[in-house]
Ligand binder design. Structure first.
Ligand code: NPQ
Ligand code: MG
Length: 368
């Protein structure tokens, strides 16, 4: 496929409510979208990096810079590229997986649109819809949390994930269990907020029959997670630590995780995300699809990924209105706790021109 150019488009999407985690509070998303133009078709990709390097070392300004100065020129140097060759072409650039993922996704989307094939089919989806969980932020009071959880359960979400941090963990989990009972699928996400010294404290979560505890320790502390897994009963799930299929294999071999949160942006793209899935399935490790507050562009691709056979736990593939009043694409709407897997060519969605224009804060065209 001959690339004629790439558009870098920044959009700003206000959140319907502040979203607080152990690493900060988000009130709006500053999103970098890529539009790859080829003679045959256009393709879209979303960079999931935050505005600040608080979830990982990547942030949106840096992603734009590395794309403009290094990644897009590296593609231009490879005439007649297909999506399978994007990662090898970008490999000389170290890191910047979220930036690379956005570019690979846009090339893959263009290629699949030109071929009339859906991403779901390309990745190996086996379902037409996926069950959806929801990630619930840290709140100012337990009462506020219970109201939020009540609303999400009423909306039909099949799994509740609570963000936790030291000082906001056992009490909110206990309150949710007491109010909503033992049958609600419930898990927690610490975003690396604890240390190995907190093992006995985290064991206090064991009586609440959680599905998992996500990334309690530092992303580089695999041995710490393995040690923690020997002390607590709640299954350990990794997110930030799993940056590639190899990292997944190593974490599993070390006993650092029993479950994996798969995020295409974190691992460098949907093709690597499928490899993470395949490694986990080979080891009998369940996976679920994580979320980075994506717009409908990233959300569409995530829902396709979540339809693969090894995704046996509900993911953070929530409806558009969990985060946004207006999405840049047609909204993803929860139906009976599920989102429908897009069936159109490529990612199966595209920005609604008026919404895109209204949300755009900047655009840059890079000819190739
Ligand atoms: C849905 C969910 O909990 N996602 C991440 C954390 C997270 C939280 C806040 C974010 C703000 C902007 C961009 C990405 C973000 C990711 C997680 O699973 O760890
Ligand atoms: Mg997480």
């Amino acid at each position: 496929m001959k690339l004629t150019g790439v558009e870098l488009r920044r959009i700003r999407m206000p959140l319907v409510a502040p979203f607080r985690t152990s690493f900060g509070t988000e009130t709006s998303r500053d999103v970098l979208l890529l539009r790859v133009v080829t003679a045959e078709a256009e393709g879209w990709g979303e960079c999931v990096a935050m505005s600040e390097p608080l979830y990982s070392s990547e942030y949106v300004e840096a992603a734009g810079d590395v794309l403009r100065r290094f990644l897009i020129p590296a593609l231009a140097a490879q005439p007649g590229l297909d999506a399978n060759r994007v990662a090898p072409a970008l490999a000389p650039v170290k890191g910047h997986r979220m930036a690379k993922a956005a570019l690979e996704t846009a090339v893959l989307d263009a290629e699949l649109r030109a071929a009339g094939r859906s991403l779901a089919r390309e990745l190996g989806a086996v379902r037409e819809s996926v069950p959806c969980g929801v990630s619930v932020g840290i709140m100012d009071s337990v009462g506020e949390l219970l109201d939020a959880v009540d609303g999400y359960l009423a909306a039909g979400y099949v799994r509740i994930k609570l963000k936790i941090e030291p000082g906001w963990d056992v009490e909110p989990v206990r309150a949710v269990r007491e109010r909503f009972g033992d049958d609600v699928l419930l898990q927690v996400d610490a975003n690396t907020a604890y240390t190995r010294a907190d093992a006995r404290h985290l064991a206090q979560l064991d009586p609440f029959d959680l599905l998992l505890i996500e990334q309690p320790l530092d992303e580089e502390d695999l041995l710490g997670h393995a040690e923690l897994a020997r002390v607590i009963r709640t299954p350990v799930c990794l997110d930030e630590s799993i940056t590639s299929a190899r990292a997944a294999a190593d974490a599993i071999a070390l006993g650092a995780c029993a479950i994996v949160n798969v995020k295409p942006g974190r691992v460098g793209g949907y093709l690597e995300a499928r490899r993470v899935h395949d490694v986990c399935v080979a080891h009998g490790v369940p996976v679920w699809c994580g979320g980075m507050l994506e717009s409908g562009i990233g959300r569409a691709a995530n829902v396709a990924l979540a339809a693969l056979p090894g995704f046996t736990l509900p993911g953070d593939t929530s409806a558009s209105d969990r985060y946004y009043r207006t999405d840049v694409t047609a909204p993803f709407v929860l139906a009976d706790g599920h989102l429908a897997v897009p069936t159109g060519p490529g990612i199966g969605v595209e920005p609604v021109p008026d919404a895109l224009a209204a949300l755009t804060t900047g655009t840059e065209w890079l000819p190739l």
